[in-house]
Every structure is written in C-alpha cells, then in structure tokens.
Design a protein around this ligand. Structure first.
Ligand SMILES: *Cc1c(COP(=O)(O)O)cnc(C)c1O
Length: 428
C-alpha cells in the first residue's frame, strides 16, 4: 500500500521541522510555496490556488519550460538503459556525445571537458586546474585569483572566496577563506580608466596570480549587473601579456540567455577555462562542466603529479548527460536568438513603467534577463505576494527584483511577468 498523500498543512509542518532551504535559517521564517507539479512555464501550487507563470526558470535552468516531451523522452529512454554507472575506467555515449556538443558549441579552442555535478564543483575544478597548471610548470607561487567585485561563483570554499566580498559574507569567513584580489566592479559602459585598473592589477600581481576569474557580461547572484563585453578583451590581452590564465564562469550566462550562445561570444574571446551549468540539462538534473584548452590540459598532464585529482561519484551521470544532449539539441534546432530577442523586447516594454516608481533606482534588460533595482532592501514577503497576485513566481533578493523567463514563454506571459515585477517593485 502506498502511503497516503500528505496534506499541504502536514507538508509545511514537516518542512518547517526538518528541511533546510537555500540561504535560510532552520526553521525557516516564511512558509515556502508547495508546488505539486509544473508544465510549460507554469507551476501548479498544491493548495489548489491558481497556477503561477515561472519568471525565474528555476534559477536560470529551465530554459525550455517544465515537463517538456522531448526532455522527458530523453530521460525515460536513458533511464531504461542505465541511470548511472561510475565514470572511473568506464565511459558511455551520453557523456561522450555531450562533451563533443559542448566543445563544438563553445568558443573556439576549448577542447577538453570535465563533467561535474554542480556549478560550484565545476568552479572548484576550474580553480584546481589553474593552480595545478602553474604548479606543474614549476611556478607554485602563482596561486591567487583576481576577480572583480559584484560577482557570484557558488557556495563552496574556492567559489566563495571570489564572490563579492560584501554580498558573499567575507567578514564572517575572514581568516578561513583564501584571500583573493578584487578589482572594482565593472562599469556598465566601457571606460578606459577602468580598463587600465584591470590591466595594472594583472600586471602588478602577475607573479602570484594563477588566474583571473569572472562572469562575462552579466554578473548574476552577486548583483545582477551588466557590463561592456570589451572588458573581456582587456582581460584576455592582459592575461596573455603577463602569463595569467583566464576563467569565464558561464554557469548563469550560458546557452543563449544573454543573446549570445555564450556571453564570451559577445567579445569573441576564448578563455583558458570555462564553466557551464544551470541550463545545461534544461533544468532537469544537476550537472555542470568545466572546459579547458589543450594548453591547460597538457600543462597539468606533464606535471610532477600528471593527473587532475578530482572525480565526483556522480561524474558524467548518464541520465543527466542524456537530458543535457536533448536540451542542447532542442536549443540549437530552433531560432533561439529570435526567442531571446522577443523576450528582451517584451521585458523592455513591460518593465519601462517601473522606472517611474518611487524607490526604483534602475531598470535594465539584456537578452532574456530583466532587472529592477530598488534603492532599499526588498520586502520579500510583500514583493513575493504582489507577484503571486499577478499570477507569477518571482524570487527577489537584496535590492533586486528580477526575471529570466524560460525561452518558451509566450508574449502574453512575458507581459504578465513584467507586470508582476512592476507590482513587486511597487510594494516591495
Ligand atoms: C549558480 C552559479 C554558480 C553555482 O552553481 P551551483 O550549481 O548552484 O553550485 C556558480 N557561478 C555562477 C555564475 C552561478 O550563477
């Protein structure tokens, strides 16, 4: 006999007692939304209240929406072959096909793929690759990282050390986190003085720097800021000139979100190492990847310890890799750029009224990303409730109410999301 289903109240009571949620205390202070199922761009609440259009793509990941027949089919098909097998000493078609797809679609020159099980782990691997590269070349002193303020790279220790020092709780962890170098946050427009600031930091610290690591074009969870792609070329040139590796964290920006397949493409720059995640499996399963150039791989593999000592238990998960292949296939077989541009235009129109609201500092849109920044911290409860009244799911943070809808969101739903962002900004 299956156990009887729990009521919504029972679920919430057990959740409060036992379940830790992201960035929250235990027990949580606000009841989460209990979602029973999801389909297309809509989440279905378990309490029978109206469906909500998902303005968040489950944190950048569900680019094709939920319960997609093609992704379901890929998962089912793989499930019946094998959902998982160890990757040590074994390989399989989903992982091989996925790696080839990633190499073919990513910036020219990235040839090798390490499949990781989450974005943060892919950043750990990227950092390990860079530090080990220099160690292998007899330069162990090159072990620090340079980034710019306002970034976000994940919640494990190396990624935390390059998150924005204020938003990333560096105070709490001073003395525990490795001390990295921080440039000022990049301005939206190109400024020669800022480019010089970057160049001079790379030059002055080249002896101790293993790599520069940044989110290209869009800084996500560190503050939802956009910057000129020209800074990526500045970093590429400075890194080449002074012997420093360049890492792009495309975990949020990858797979078309900013209006280029990868944000690096806006600047036609190839990093030495690149991380992808989030939308990699279309939001179905957890998987990320770290790509690198032959130079990095050769450096490591000719070193004194000629292996990359990293191997998550669920590395290369066949189930996740099969869905990732299907998700990339879905993306590339459509005019994804037209969809992203369509959403961009809808968000521009729909968010324009927010600029006139009291308490709004800035409204910005790039690709399928829309941001309203307030001049005060968001009242989460009020802002979330205002969005839900408009029939939309949003998850504001700090002073930001933002959206990155699934690419399949229709025009009427994009307009609805924009109305909800405005409503949340008005009440949050
Ligand atoms: C989400 C994110 C990460 C961390 O990925 P997880 O899968 O949450 O570990 C790292 N970098 C960027 C830019 C991200 O947006």
């Amino acid at each position: 006999m299956p156990e009887p289903a729990l009521t919504v109240d029972e679920l919430l009571a057990l959740d409060r007692r036992h379940v830790w949620h992201p960035y929250g205390p235990m027990p949580g202070r606000q009841d989460p939304l209990v979602v029973e199922s999801a389909s297309g761009v809509r989440l279905r609440p378990a309490d029978g209240s109206p469906e909500l259009v998902d303005g968040m793509s489950s944190w950048w990941s569900a680019i094709h929406g939920y319960n997609h027949p093609v992704l379901n089919e890929a998962a089912r098909d793989q499930l019946e072959r094998m959902s998982h097998v160890m990757f040590g000493g074994i390989t399989h078609e989903p992982a091989v096909r996925l790696s080839k797809l990633l190499v073919d679609m990513s910036p020219e020159g990235l040839e090798h793929v390490f499949l990781a099980d989450s974005g943060s782990v892919s950043v750990e691997v990227a950092v390990k690759m860079c530090l080990q590269y220099w160690r292998s070349l007899g330069r162990p002193g090159k072990r620090r990282l340079l980034t710019w303020r306002g970034g976000y790279h994940g919640d494990t220790w190396q990624p935390m050390s390059v998150c924005d020092p204020e938003g990333g709780m560096h105070e709490l962890w001073s003395g525990v986190l490795p001390r990295q170098l921080f440039a000022d946050a990049p301005p939206a427009e190109y400024e020669e003085t800022y480019a010089d600031h970057l160049r001079s930091l790379v030059e002055r610290h080249a002896e101790e720097l293993a790599a520069v690591i940044v989110e290209p074009v869009v800084q996500g969870a560190g503050g939802m800021r956009f910057h000129s792609p020209a800074y990526l070329r500045v970093l590429r040139e400075a890194c080449d000139e002074h012997g420093v590796l360049l890492v792009f964290d495309e975990i949020a920006t990858g797979f078309g979100r900013t209006g280029a397949l990868f944000a690096a493409d806006h600047a036609a720059v190839t990093p030495d190492v690149m991380c992808v995640g989030k939308a990699l499996t279309g939001g179905y399963l957890t998987m990320a990847a770290t790509l690198c150039t032959p130079r990095v791989a050769d450096g490591i593999s000719r070193g004194e310890v000629p292996v990359l000592a990293h191997g998550p238990t669920f590395m290369g998960s066949p189930l996740a890799a099969a869905v990732a292949c299907a998700s990339i296939g879905l993306l590339l077989c459509q005019d994804w750029l037209a969809e992203v541009k369509r959403i961009e235009a809808g968000l521009r129109d729909g968010l324009a009224p927010a600029a006139g609201l009291p308490g709004v500092r800035d409204v910005r849109v790039l690709g399928a990303i829309g941001v309203v920044q307030l001049d005060h911290a968001v009242d989460m409860r009020a802002a979330t409730a205002a969005a839900v009244r408009e029939g939309v799911w949003l998850r504001p943070f700090r002073d930001l109410i933002y959206t990155m809808p699934p690419y399949v969101t229709g025009d009427a739903d994009v307009a609805r999301i924009a109305r909800a962002v405005c409503a949340a900004a008005g009440e949050g």
